[in-house]
Write a protein that binds this ligand. Structure first.
Ligand code: MN
Length: 300
């Protein structure tokens, strides 16, 4: 198992809550189509300000929001206004372009969860923007409970549409449990441990680490030493190279630079077909950072 350790990153916005980012990093770009893993909290919102992300753009990806506690208000330029709550998945398809905002709600005292991105395959990356909300029915057994928000696992299947085969599930495991999880042998997997202590196929995983497993196994054995909460992610190796910069995914430097220019035109008050703004948003759109001085190279 490859262990990916988190780095602390201040989330952009007016006030900056820190998140733990385990993907991407130098040694890994993808786990299946998963290309971005931010994990945060439990965060005392009174101290950190919580989540305050003014309207910002995305291209070529889907965002997957999953909370353990607290609530986030979402608005996007495709006309969706929704609340993200624990146990409920919100999946936003950016496709050719979208903008959205995310604010923790005023009644949120503790914010705790993850934001994950799926890269869209080249065939589908210019698709229409969209949004889906789904509340998986928990499935459980001796010492375990699972909420499968994307794909299929342990007898539960999510109806939420993705553009490549994907697995996303929350697992709550009791100390002393040994769970054999049947998985698709063509998938690679990632286990993001929020809390607790366990081993995965005999190897220890610590809280806040993301463990990566190569394809080629049809079960994953989890032995739980202390009550554990984790996310299990998976998918077949993505097989494409991408340029991911700020909130954009493209295939080369010039494409991403063009997205940035279009968004900045919008921020500066211009009209733009790719990036409309959410209606009735309380905050101004977030300017993009400066492009790097070096040419960005595709990674895979
Ligand atoms: Mn976003």
């Amino acid at each position: 198992m490859q262990i990916l350790s988190p780095r602390d990153v201040p989330l952009g916005g007016v006030r900056a809550m820190n998140v733990r980012r385990t993907l991407p990093q130098r040694q890994r770009t993808f786990i299946g189509a998963w290309c971005f893993v931010d994990h945060y909290g439990p965060d005392d919102v009174a101290a950190t300000g919580g989540m305050a992300m003014p309207p910002h753009p995305h291209t070529g990806l889907q965002t997957v929001s999953w909370l353990f506690s607290g609530a986030v208000e979402h608005r996007d330029s495709a006309g969706h206004h929704a609340f993200v709550r624990p146990g409920e998945v919100n999946l936003m398809t950016a496709g050719r372009g979208i903008s959205h905002s995310e604010y923790s709600t005023p009644d949120t005292a503790v914010l705790h969860g993850a934001q994950l991105w799926l890269a869209l395959p080249d065939t589908y990356r210019h698709t229409d923007p969209g949004f889906e909300h789904y509340v998986p029915e928990p499935v459980s057994g001796d010492g375990w409970q699972a909420r499968v928000f994307l794909g299929s696992l342990l007898g539960s299947t999510s109806p939420v549409r993705t553009f490549s085969p994907v697995l996303g599930a929350e697992l709550r495991l009791q100390a002393g449990t040994t769970l054999q999880v049947p998985v698709d042998a063509s998938y690679e997997h990632g286990l993001l441990l929020d809390s607790g202590s366990l081993t995965v196929d005999g190897e220890a995983l610590k809280a806040h680490e993301l463990g990566h497993l190569e394809p080629g196994r049809d079960t994953v054995e989890i032995v739980v030493a202390e009550d554990a909460l984790l996310l299990l992610l998976g998918g077949p190796p993505f097989g494409e190279r991408i340029v991911m910069w700020w909130n954009f995914i493209g295939r080369d430097h010039d494409e991403v630079a063009a997205y940035r220019a279009q968004w900045q035109h919008r921020v500066d008050g211009g009209d733009d077909d790719r990036f409309p703004l959410p209606t009735d948003d309380p905050m101004d759109p977030l300017p993009a950072p400066a492009l790097p001085h070096v040419q960005m190279l595709p990674r895979g």
